[in-house]
Design a protein around this ligand. Structure first.
Ligand SMILES: Cc1cc2nc3c(=O)[nH]c(=O)nc-3n(C[C@H](O)[C@H](O)[C@H](O)COP(=O)(O)OP(=O)(O)OC[C@H]3O[C@@H](n4cnc5c(N)ncnc54)[C@H](O)[C@@H]3O)c2cc1C
Length: 392
């Protein structure tokens, strides 16, 4: 997948081989548009390599606004066809599990939370079925005795991001695109205000490169605002640290199980992913004892058998978050330069729809109304229209 030499020119460059960059590249390659992905590290080096891979629309309804719900539902519906086409193009399995998700409640407080969550789902037009604790245990016999009720979200599936990303890279290359790893982008050249080239260095020997292009998409996740000479209005995105614990042992769950504190995601390869923290601490990549203690304690309340599983890994990732926690997708004020980031807790879920909408823009100059509220310039526009405050 790594090519030592970069080309002199290519029509479209995507910066970042995370889930967003690679899905955009796959979509362009499917449309027979030559595309080159530049990745400073390796495929899936960012948040996507740590993510749980839940396609959680119903399960996270209470955290989401109606603004995002349309995009989430559209992407969730697109997933089965996306997975089919990707598996066909790459010849790889991406661990798409369609058993749904159980959102569980412990005791009276837990049941109240489930009722609250179901009301939030109703407001967004989403559905789940109410189960008693015993009905939930009939589906998942390892659920703990304190679980007194649950919601079954039949459409909230999961995919394995560690299988998804290599499949996206393989499919992109099989369709004629290229994925260049070990190439760090440091800036963008413009002439008369229009994008003309992407510049950077090869990791390791710091050899510089400049690749002429007609368009480029910045999809560098939480790093979109770091270490780049950026000719357009700033991309306002920050990292939100998330820690997960990966366990291994006898399979104790068939589907995703979660409550408001923790989620347990069983993988077909025998792993159980327990996540995740949400920490506003910048790019601090240290795994912490506190996070592991809390996650495992909470996981044990949902499924006591977690206690005997082996700890394989503590993973740390950085979710890209904008100020309003909505994605930033679309053209910048520099013609030819586009952004796709800020997917925060839903990048795996939102990747297929982001890619289709962005490819429509890049190839056909067609801007979907779905993208209006996610425009890169929305913060500037808001600050221009906000009433000024007299500080005297
Ligand atoms: C603990 C955790 C759990 C999560 N669980 C879920 C989940 O269950 N479901 C879900 O939908 N989402 C989940 N997410 C969110 C999801 O992982 C992110 O929204 C998504 O990965 C963002 O994708 P991205 O491509 O924008 O960024 P990333 O995946 O971070 O990829 C960015 C890429 O850009 C590269 N890069 C950066 N700078 C440069 C540069 N200058 N030059 C070249 N390359 C560069 C990086 O190396 C990286 O490979 C989770 C995230 C975390 C941290």
């Amino acid at each position: 997948m790594t090519h030592p030499e970069s080309p002199e020119s290519t029509p479209i460059i995507v910066v970042g081989a995370g889930v967003i960059g690679l899905t955009v590249a796959f979509e362009l390659a499917r449309r027979r548009i030559p595309v080159l992905v530049l990745e400073r590290d390796h495929v899936g080096a960012g948040a996507a390599g740590v993510a749980a891979g839940m396609l959680a629309v119903v399960g996270e309804a209470e955290h989401e606004t109606a603004e995002l719900a349309d995009l989430l539902v559209t992407s969730q519906r697109a997933y089965p066809a996306f997975v089919r086409e990707l598996q066909h193009a790459s010849g790889r399995d991406v661990g798409f599990v369609t058993e749904g998700t159980l959102i569980v409640g412990l005791g009276r407080d837990g049941e109240q939370e489930l009722r609250h969550s179901q009301r939030a789902q109703d407001r967004l037009g989403l559905r789940s079925s109410w189960l008693t604790g015993d009905e939930a245990r009939a589906l998942e016999p390892h659920l703990g005795p304190r679980i007194s009720a649950a919601l079954l979200a039949r459409e909230d599936h999961q995919v394995d991001p560690r299988a998804l990303l290599p499949a996206l890279a393989a499919a992109t290359e099989a369709l004629g695109g290229r994925v260049l790893t070990g190439t760090r982008v440091t800036g963008f050249d413009t002439t008369a205000g229009r994008l003309t080239a992407v510049v950077g260095v090869h990791q390791g020997d710091d050899r510089p490169f400049a690749i002429r292009c007609e368009a480029a998409v910045l999809a560098a996740g939480a790093w979109c605002a770091v270490g780049l000479a950026w000719p357009a209005a700033p991309v306002l995105v920050r990292p939100v640290k998330g820690q997960v614990v990966r366990l291994r042992g006898p399979a104790i769950l068939r589907r995703v199980v979660r409550d408001t504190q923790v989620y347990l995601v069983p993988r077909r390869n025998g792993e159980l992913v327990v996540g995740a923290t949400m920490e506003d601490v910048g790019f601090d990549a240290a795994p912490t004892a506190g996070a592991v203690t809390d996650l495992l304690w909470q996981a044990r309340l949902l499924a006591p058998a977690v206690y005997d599983l082996e700890i394989v890994e503590v993973g740390v990732g950085f979710r890209p978050a904008a100020r309003d926690h909505l994605p930033t997708i679309g053209p910048t004020d520099v013609p030819g330069l586009y952004v796709a980031t800020g997917h925060f807790r839903h990048g795996i879920l939102l990747a297929p729809t982001t890619a289709v909408l962005l490819a429509d823009l890049l190839v056909d100059d067609r801007m979907s109304p779905l993208l209006d509220r996610f425009r890169p310039g929305r913060f500037e526009a808001a600050s221009r229209t906000a009433p000024s405050v007299d500080s005297r």
